[in-house]
Design a protein around this ligand. Structure first.
Ligand SMILES: Nc1ncnc2c1ncn2[C@@H]1O[C@H](COP(=O)(O)OP(=O)(O)O)[C@@H](O)[C@H]1O
Ligand SMILES: [Mg+2]
Length: 338
């Protein structure tokens, strides 16, 4: 008899050999409709243009017709929807060293991209010292979670139109975290893959300092469009910048570098906004960029307000008139046009 239960039973005879199981158990059948005049369903596949898909469609057709006779069968092949399948670009914000302003740059770059009418997400991949929740005034948020296909899926927290996820939402940030390498990389994988990112133009990833497991995981398991490297203008910082840059350029990773951001490039006192004091040296960012053969994307002044705004959850780039916001607008444009 032609009904849904029987069709499902029959489809259990259709085996997807690469995974050694049938297409029902593998959750490859979706939107199944069974009516007197025929059967239709979507066949969910990993890749749209895979010759194996045709073989599977033929096998399903043949098997159904053997049992139900010459009925109408309509099978649509659809690619599986992955968390990141509608994310156009992933940007890594990195540096060789902590405390140079990666998180500050990542947060304000995300805001500047959103101000340029881009759809933006921000992942805090600094598993060891998450700072995104505080920078967006979201320390007390708990992302919603729900079950989908037997898997737990997170809904990013939204602030200023930016979708945010951080390990900081799930752990007590007052207590130091001790992660083993594999735990840290699986945490990053979950933030990336098990979340409802939807359609995004940019997913900005705030990296932990240095060149460790997280950097390797991001580079090897995800398609990263490019890295933004943050530096301060001291001469001694160049060794760190070089190390970070080399890691991304390395053959195994091959991630292009959008360019350098020179943070704390000069000091501007809040009561003299037109003054620029080059405390650590002038044009160091440009010199570093030239030596690396990359671009200087922008210079961010050292201003008290940046630290304050980081603490009170309103990134300075939100205030479009401030010189800091203008600097981040320039960086965002350079990346959009890259
Ligand atoms: N341009 C800047 N002017 C003033 N303070 C800054 C600036 N950039 C970063 N800071 C401050 O320096 C500290 C470290 O910055 P953070 O972005 O957390 O660095 P990282 O992520 O590289 O460790 C924070 O307290 C931050 O507010
Ligand atoms: Mg940080």
């Amino acid at each position: 008899m032609l009904n849904k239960e029987n069709v499902i039973e029959v489809l259990k005879d259709v085996i997807y050999f690469p995974k050694g199981d049938n297409i029902i158990n593998l959750n490859m059948v979706d939107n199944l409709m069974v009516r007197e005049d025929g059967i239709r369903f979507d066949l969910i596949v990993e890749q749209q243009d895979d010759p194996k898909n045709d073989i599977l469609v033929n096998a399903a057709n043949r098997t159904l017709k053997e049992v139900f006779g010459d009925i109408n069968i309509d099978i649509k092949v659809k690619p599986e929807e992955k968390a990141l399948s509608k994310v156009k670009h992933i940007i890594a914000v990195a540096s060789g060293k902590g405390g140079v302003g990666k998180s500050t740059v990542a947060a304000n770059l995300a805001v500047a991209l959103a101000r340029a009418n881009q759809r933006v997400g921000l992942i805090d991949a600094d598993i060891y010292g998450p700072s995104v929740p505080m920078m967006f005034g979201a320390e007390y948020e708990q992302p919603a979670c729900f079950e989908k296909d037997g898997k737990s899926v997170m809904v990013p927290v939204e602030r200023y139109g930016i979708k945010l996820l951080s390990i900081g939402f799930f752990v007590d940030t007052d207590r130091p975290l001790i992660w083993r390498g594999p735990m840290a990389t699986s945490a990053l994988n979950q933030l990336m893959n098990d979340a409802l990112w939807g359609e995004l133009d940019w997913l900005v990833v705030d990296m932990p300092p240095g060149t460790g497991d997280i950097q390797l995981t991001l580079a090897q398991q995800f398609k990263v469009s490019g890295a933004v490297i943050v530096t301060t203008p001291q001469k001694v910082a160049f060794a760190d910048v070089l190390r970070a840059a080399m890691m991304f350029k390395e053959e195994a990773l091959q991630i292009p570098i959008y360019g350098l951001v020179e943070n704390m490039a000069y000091f501007t006192p809040s009561d003299m906004p037109e003054k620029k004091y080059y405390i650590f040296g002038k044009d160091m960012g440009q010199e570093f960029a030239d030596r690396l053969g990359t671009k200087l994307l922008g210079q961010i002044p050292m201003v008290e307000k940046i630290a304050e705004s980081g603490d009170n959850g309103t990134p300075l780039a939100l205030d479009g008139d401030s010189p800091v916001a203008k600097a981040f607008d320039g960086i965002a444009q350079a990346i959009i046009n890259a």
